[in-house]
Design a protein around this ligand. Structure first.
Ligand SMILES: Cc1ncc(COP(=O)(O)O)c(C=O)c1O
Length: 417
């Protein structure tokens, strides 16, 4: 995601604490994007540091095929307790992309093993599910994967359910379902992250879920970005009152401390692979599956959720975002202001839309010069802070962003004059 021909040297971070990144040359930068949406409780949270240190002295990593360990078992139990009761099994991997690959393979394998093969995967236009080939296939075709398009498998994409046009999405989905062969629908529930924090309603998510149910297709909820409080509830699916058949987790799973993925599945899916016939094994391995340090970090993160006022911090962030949205609303150069839980986003009016809009890098440059890390997606600028951020730091981000927009407007006017 970095074009080295255009970007100067990378910023060298020496240490991090709470919402701050401390650089080698003495700067203190506010991490306004939770280091690509992974961090939840702040950097180097002492409870996670301690848990990982303690685990490192006991067991760092062991093969997870035919072997198990306490942190992995404990974590699986806790994740299942947190999620919908219909999800009863956990498969560990090591990233969001692998959590998605696992879900796709489980969905296809489920129907094969049930002797009712279904081959079609359906996804939402604008979705992003990772950069491995299966995940890229499920994702929207874009500048990110254009080069590899001939190698991606076919996926039917539904139009994004924009407000007032949800019926188009649902009608298209229903007609695809009627055609048969649909194994699964994969969605980022409520918020599409990489396509620019695009939000749709819980009612639409529920309607998509109900259509899956009515036609025997599986629903894969990719909660890699939305999970662990980002949208204002532990998992976004909760707001729609739905139970997916497969749920993908990563990023905030370990509090953003260590790489880890998890795919949660129903008993029906587990049972489809459960057989004395070894050829029916769910064949998927990543060397670091169930890594003990990552499990310890995730357990410590869940302990923080249980003992610290994390959800009330998210509410405070949401309130601050809503207030700021009121200010930015008055600007003629912004549109489509949106707030969902800890996420604030808006589009900057520009003649070039999409990822290659020059507005993104201009805002990035201005913000970073002022010690705030924001990484706009094209002409969409968003704030997605760690939950420990103070109201002063949030104010600082809004105010710096306001100045960034003024600066860009002034430059445009000068060029036009
Ligand atoms: C919704 C979603 N799914 C999957 C991924 C891929 O996760 P990773 O980068 O850990 O492979 C991302 C990453 O941004 C994501 O936002």
């Amino acid at each position: 995601m970095t074009q080295h021909a255009l970007l100067p040297d990378s910023i060298h971070v020496e240490r991090a604490e709470g919402a701050y990144l401390h650089t080698k040359d003495g700067r203190k930068i506010i991490d306004g994007i939770s280091s690509w949406w992974v961090n939840t409780h702040g950097h180097c949270h002492p409870k996670i540091v301690k848990a990982v240190q303690a685990q490192a002295e006991k067991l760092e990593q062991v093969v997870f095929a035919g072997f198990t360990h306490e942190p992995a078992e404990e974590l699986a139990k806790k994740l299942l307790r947190l999620s919908d009761p219909s999800l009863e099994f956990v498969f560990y991997s090591d990233s969001g992309s692998t959590a998605v690959e696992v879900a796709l393979k489980m969905a296809i394998g489920y129907f094969e093993h049930e002797s009712t093969p279904r081959r079609k995967i359906v996804a939402l236009e604008g979705g992003y599910h990772g950069d491995t080939f299966g995940a890229m296939s499920a994702g929207s075709r874009s500048v990110f994967n254009k080069l590899y398009e001939p190698y991606l498998f076919d996926v039917e994409h539904l139009p994004f359910p924009f407000e007032g046009r949800e019926f188009q999405t649902l009608e298209k989905f229903e007609s695809i379902l009627r055609g048969g062969d649909v194994a699964a629908l994969i969605v980022e529930p409520l918020v599409q992250g990489a396509s620019g924090m695009r939000i749709y309603t819980p009612e639409t998510l529920k309607a998509l879920h109900d259509l899956c149910r009515a036609h025997g297709a599986l629903l894969i909820a990719d909660e890699v970005m939305t999970g662990f409080g980002r949208t204002g509830s532990m998992f976004a699916c909760e707001q729609a009152g739905i139970a997916p058949d497969l749920m993908c987790l990563s990023k905030g799973l370990t509090g953003g401390f260590l790489p880890m993925g998890a795919t949660l599945a129903t008993k029906e899916i587990y049972t489809a692979f459960y057989d004395t016939d070894r050829s029916k094994t769910f064949f998927h391995s990543t060397s670091f599956t169930g890594n003990a340090l990552a499990c310890a970090a995730a357990l410590a993160s869940l302990e923080i959720w249980a003992t610290e006022p994390v959800m009330s911090n998210i509410r405070s962030i949401e309130q601050a975002h809503e207030k700021a949205a009121g200010w930015f609303y008055a600007r003629p150069d912004v549109a489509a202001l949106r707030v969902q839980g800890s996420i604030f986003a808006m589009d900057i009016k520009d003649e070039t839309q999409g990822y290659l809009s020059e507005i993104g890098p201009q805002i990035y440059d201005f913000m970073i010069e002022n010690d705030v890390l924001l990484r706009p997606v094209g002409n969409t600028v968003y704030i997605l802070p760690p939950y420990c951020i103070t109201s002063e730091d949030l104010e600082n981000i809004y105010e710096t962003l306001w100045r960034a927009l003024d600066h860009i407007r002034d430059e445009r006017e000068q060029r036009a004059a």
